[in-house]
Write a protein that binds this ligand. Structure first.
Ligand code: PCA
Length: 221
């Protein structure tokens, strides 16, 4: 007799190229480290996205078309944040504080003209935060992914899910600087290995959980 098996959940985990004059991006370093060992019940795929408006969504869409994931978790660096933040909402606006890696600096431009003002993540964001905390690492829900390329990709992903791929679930996670990025600045940081462990918790939780926890995570930011 054979033991019944369930197919693993196919998860695409993405990180970003370095940007803003940095030589590394802890999002991609942590994504690579997170994929270094197998994860129960998950078939994990990873990809690095360019830090450019437009091209980042094109690259993400091409990777999704190739891999056909069940779940997509995009990850980016949020320098200055002290903890792992699981994003709740993507806004339909590009407003660049610094140029992207192709020199583009859009101001108040819609990502999808005529699209909804915002989309919510379709991942169990509070269960993901709880799982990271249970692993002994700091995490919280964030109510803004900013208006740079991370929010842009998150909105592009959410729009793809809303308009073309309703079975797909997806969201976005911001991570702090790595310690080596802040040795001469008074900024919070987390080691890449800790961020990778947190991402593994988030991937495993997103893969197996569809109903989110009903716990308060409201904030004034
Ligand atoms: N962080 C940027 C874009 C790429 C990244 O890693 C952001 O927060 O928008």
């Amino acid at each position: 007799m054979t033991t019944p098996t369930t197919a693993p959940t196919r998860v695409l985990l993405t990180g970003f190229q370095p940007f803003g004059g940095e030589s590394t991006n802890p999002s991609w370093d942590a994504v690579r480290a997170a994929a270094a060992a197998p994860l129960d019940g998950v078939e994990l795929h990873i990809a690095e996205l360019p830090c450019v408006y437009g091209g980042s969504i094109t690259a993400l869409r091409a990777t999704i078309a190739e891999i056909h994931p069940d779940v997509v978790v995009c990850v980016g660096q949020a320098g200055g944040r002290p903890d792992i933040t699981v994003e709740r909402v993507a806004l339909n606006v590009d407003d660049a504080r610094i140029p992207d890696n192709a020199g583009a600096e859009p101001i108040d431009e819609p990502i999808v003209p005529g699209g909804p003002a915002a989309y919510f993540a379709t991942l169990p964001i509070k269960a993901c935060v709880a799982a990271v905390r249970a692993a002994g690492l700091p995490a919280s829900v964030s109510n803004t992914a900013g208006t740079f390329v991370c929010n842009h990709v998150f909105y592009g992903l959410a729009h793809l899910i809303a308009t073309e791929l309703p079975q797909l679930r997806g969201g976005f996670v911001h991570v702090p600087y790595a310690p080596e990025q802040v040795i001469d600045r008074a900024q919070p940081s987390l080691p890449v290995a800790a961020v990778a462990a947190a991402l593994r918790e988030i991937v495993a939780t997103a893969a197996r959980t569809r109903t989110d926890l009903r716990v308060a995570e409201g904030a004034t930011h």
